[in-house]
Design a protein. Structure first.
Length: 300
């Protein structure tokens, strides 16, 4: 009994460390994003799920594994920055060793590549391979380039619905492209704000993000304009495809993404205000994904 407790205690300590490392709060939104891409590409998937569950389940598993791998690699390469920005991260505290992090990353890479080759179409396999290469190169390479880092990071996220959608259909339909664009532009806007949050650590490591290069207010205004343009473009596209009344519903779902940004400005770009805004975007984005799924049942 005593030996069992001695073994289980460090094991639970490591498990808790890996849970923190992969940021589990992102798992559910990622699973919903993957599912939405499949439904938008093939609405009949909802009723066919019992016949072909792998068409939904496998892209979700690959999405979550890829996301977890990106979190591990980001912390691995950013360990010196996190000593200042996020000193409680598992790699900084030693809860997870660098060797353990690389082992976990290698396992997740093999898992995603193997599952994609067995279950996914060729186009979806290419997207998985591209995402894996991008997350590997993101922190050591792309993160050093102002604004490019934001585009690359958002691009990785936006490939999720495309990957799951191309598992269902030979080519993306118009609504699937719109879904991917919505996620891409929204992610770019949010990533710029998160760079304001991490500005102090990035300056210490000579990482020239938008706020480091041009200042906090410039970064905030750029982010808000991208957000506004994203909402406006979404409304125009939905109006063209389905009519203005559906665009009006979309505006109701998304307007908080833009108006909520004022809280950051009123709090002088303080870290807590950016974190609060980032959390507040989850519900509008999930609502938008559900709305796009509903629209998918209408023929274009």
């Amino acid at each position: 009994m005593f030996l069992t407790k001695k073994v289980l205690a460090p094991l639970s300590y490591k498990i808790a460390g890996f849970q923190s490392l992969i940021r589990p709060a992102n798992i559910l939104p990622s699973a919903i994003l993957s599912t939405a891409g499949g439904i938008v590409a093939n609405p009949s998937l909802v009723v066919e799920f019992s016949k072909t569950p792998t068409l939904i389940v496998v892209p979700i598993i690959i999405t979550i594994a890829t996301l977890a791998n990106s979190m591990i690699l980001n912390d691995f390469f950013d360990i010196h920055i996190d000593q200042y920005n996020n000193p409680t991260r598992p790699l900084v505290t030693g809860q997870i060793t660098r060797r353990e992090a690389i082992t976990a990353s290698s396992f997740l890479y093999i898992l995603t590549e193997s599952m994609s080759r067995i279950y996914l179409t060729r186009n979806s396999q290419l997207i998985v391979q591209l995402a894996n290469w991008m997350i590997l190169l993101y922190t050591p390479l792309f993160k050093r380039f102002c604004f490019i880092k934001n585009i690359v990071c958002a691009g990785i996220i936006a490939t999720t619905p495309l990957m799951s959608g191309l598992t269902q259909a030979a080519k993306p339909n118009k609504l699937l492209w719109l879904l991917s664009y919505t996620i891409f532009a929204g992610s770019v806007s949010l990533e710029i704000l998160l760079d304001i949050r991490d500005m102090a650590g990035d300056m210490r490591e000579n990482i020239y993000t938008v706020p480091v290069t041009f200042g906090k207010e410039f970064a905030y205004r750029l982010s808000s304009r991208i957000c506004f343009t994203n909402i406006l473009t979404n409304m125009m596209a939905v109006t063209y495809l389905y009519g203005f009344r559906y665009a009006a519903i979309l505006l109701l779902l998304q307007h908080r993404l833009y108006t909520g940004m004022k809280y950051i400005y009123l709090n002088s770009f303080k870290r807590h205000s950016i974190v609060a805004y980032a959390k507040s975007t989850v519900l509008p984005l999930i609502s938008t994904l559900v709305f796009y799924c509903v629209l998918a049942f209408y023929r274009l």
